[in-house]
Design a protein around this ligand. Structure first.
Ligand SMILES: [Zn+2]
Length: 533
């Protein structure tokens, strides 16, 4: 197997952040991965780099100034006020304003931007950032545990050098944030394989295929529960092979979301570690510069196993490493077998049962047959050399300024330039409405419909007439009652308990009794009511 130069980005601080007690997203999994990679002696086989943290200015290459300003100053204490009671920037309970949220984002985004720079300057064939891959983050708000879209920022960096970039997403959830960002350009093709149907974020059908110049450059492969390695490979390989043939990307970004593995807490696929990593192996063989990013993944021990194995795949040593795990700091987490494996389970594969997979594959291939081979994208507005030089700076790209002021100014100008380029793509054929209005009101992008929670897969938008959604932080409708010696579920039980229950119910409804003391067994009902404030 040919040798590749691999750059691996890791910041030792990343594992210390926490989204909050009981939150399924655990940054600690990145540290577990790193520890396992280290225990397998892989660190001395690649360039291990601590990425420069992304600055607010860099982030505004994609995100709005207003949102970045908010994220840079929000704290758990000020969140309620700064989000206008949960109606802006951070909606629902998926994205808490946890301690150090901005720093966490700057590490994640810094890694993906650095990885892109490492690729474009030719110093690596494969660059890895397991702290990245946060594909749901939107231009002006957080979504699905993602605050800053490191992927979009990394791809923008690649576009400074390369005419065409392919983004592939094998997370169980649709890669909506990245698709949305590049929906109207033919310079980035996005291809997402994901569960579709009563599942977060609710987008990613095969009718969504890009718009204007970007028509047919967004590929969606919607799947059903229980997809196995073989079935996944039978759709992944032909679709990606066809994309490589017709699109001829200069670089590939692979989001390796690990919630598509069997047994994931929020996922519903049945991929083994090998089946998941096959995507990495397949792309490595193509000899195209490759960036590997993390993403979802909520059964942390399996995330660590898989991203470790995929690091080995990047290095081309996956057949040489011991399947029995080496001793490492988190060894006891990997019991009872202590092996580098994620086995499949016995769930049924709904994709092959009704032949839907064949239809989905045929539709995707048909879409790809409609695009011209290797579109000749004009490079008129994107310099091949450093953007800094293009803008008249003396400094070579990547050099630090002697004074902070110079570096900051360069940062700012780079961000402005990227935004200029980006808007050119985005506003092609647009009316004279402002960008904000266009995005929010003309309905051109189907994604503006409703927001869903990645934890409940239910819609969280407040009814406009009823005020903001009720914010509940990991409360359960189930309560332990010492009098009855059992768990009581729902308001009905609580309301039926006289004083004590009444008090609990009043606390639940923000100091009011439920109108008429009515009975309600639907546990999600007060999501929709949301009238307590
Ligand atoms: Zn996911």
């Amino acid at each position: 197997m040919s040798k590749k130069r691999v750059a691996y980005y890791y910041d030792g601080d990343v594992g210390a952040f926490t989204y909050g007690l009981g939150h399924p997203m655990k940054p600690h999994r990145i540290r577990m991965t790193h520890d396992l990679v280290s225990a397998y002696d892989m660190l001395d086989k690649m360039h291990v780099l601590r990425p420069k943290r992304a600055t607010p200015e860099t982030m505004t290459a994609f995100h709005t100034d207003e949102y970045i300003h908010f994220l840079n100053r929000v704290t758990p204490e000020t969140a309620e006020e700064l989000t206008y009671h949960g109606t802006r920037f951070l909606m629902g309970e998926d994205n808490p304003a946890f301690e150090g949220v901005f720093e966490f984002c700057s590490i994640s985004a810094g890694g993906s931007i650095s990885a892109a720079q490492r690729i474009t300057c030719g110093a690596a064939d494969i660059a890895i950032n397991w702290a990245g891959g946060l594909h749901h983050a939107k231009k002006r708000e957080a979504s699905g545990f993602c605050y800053i879209n490191d992927i979009v920022l990394g791809i923008l960096e690649l576009l400074r050098t390369y005419p065409r970039v392919l983004y592939i997403d094998i997370d169980c959830h649709h890669g909506d944030g990245v698709e949305e960002a590049f929906y109207t350009t033919d310079r980035v093709m996005t291809c997402s394989f994901h569960k579709f149907g009563e599942y977060f974020p609710g987008t990613g059908t095969q009718e969504d295929r890009g718009r204007d110049k970007g028509r047919n450059y967004a590929v969606n492969v919607p799947l059903k529960d229980g997809i196995t390695d073989e079935a996944f490979k039978n759709v992944f390989e032909p679709v990606i092979a066809k994309i490589l043939e017709v699109f001829r990307p200069s670089a590939v970004v692979l989001q390796c979301g690990a919630d598509s593995l069997a047994g994931d807490k929020l996922g519903c696929f049945n991929l083994t570690m090998q089946g998941h990593a096959h995507c990495v192996q397949f792309l490595r063989q193509q000899n195209i510069p490759l960036i590997l990013l993390g993403g979802g993944g909520y059964t942390t021990k399996n995330v660590a196993r898989t991203w470790t194995y995929e690091t080995a795949c990047a290095l081309g040593i996956e057949n040489e490493i011991d399947q029995n795990l080496p001793w490492n700091e988190y060894f006891e987490w990997f019991g009872p077998r202590y092996r580098l494996e994620v086995p499949e389970n016995n769930m049924e594969d709904l994709n092959v049962k009704d032949g839907s997979l064949d239809k989905v594959r045929a539709t995707a291939l048909q879409q790809l047959s409609q695009i011209p081979c290797a579109p000749s994208v004009g490079m008129h507005d994107v310099p091949r050399q450093s953007v800094g030089q293009h803008l008249g700076f003396e400094q070579a790209d990547g050099e630090e300024g002697d004074e902070d002021g110079v570096a900051d100014d360069l940062d700012r100008r780079l961000a402005q330039h990227a935004r200029f380029v980006y808007k050119l793509q985005e506003t092609t054929g647009a009316s004279d409405e402002s960008e904000d209005e266009r995005y929010d009101s003309d309905g051109s992008y189907p994604r503006r419909r409703k927001r869903m929670s990645i934890m409940t897969n239910r819609y969280i938008d407040a009814d406009p007439g009823k005020g903001p959604p009720r914010r509940r932080f990991f409360q359960s409708a189930a309560r332990w009652d010492p009098t009855y010696g059992r768990v009581l579920v729902g308001k009905e039980s609580v309301l039926g308990l006289g004083m004590r229950g009444g008090l609990a119910a009043m606390m639940e409804t923000g100091g009011r009794r439920t109108p008429g003391g009515d009975v309600n067994m639907e546990e999600d009902r007060d999501w929709e009511d949301g009238v307590s404030m």
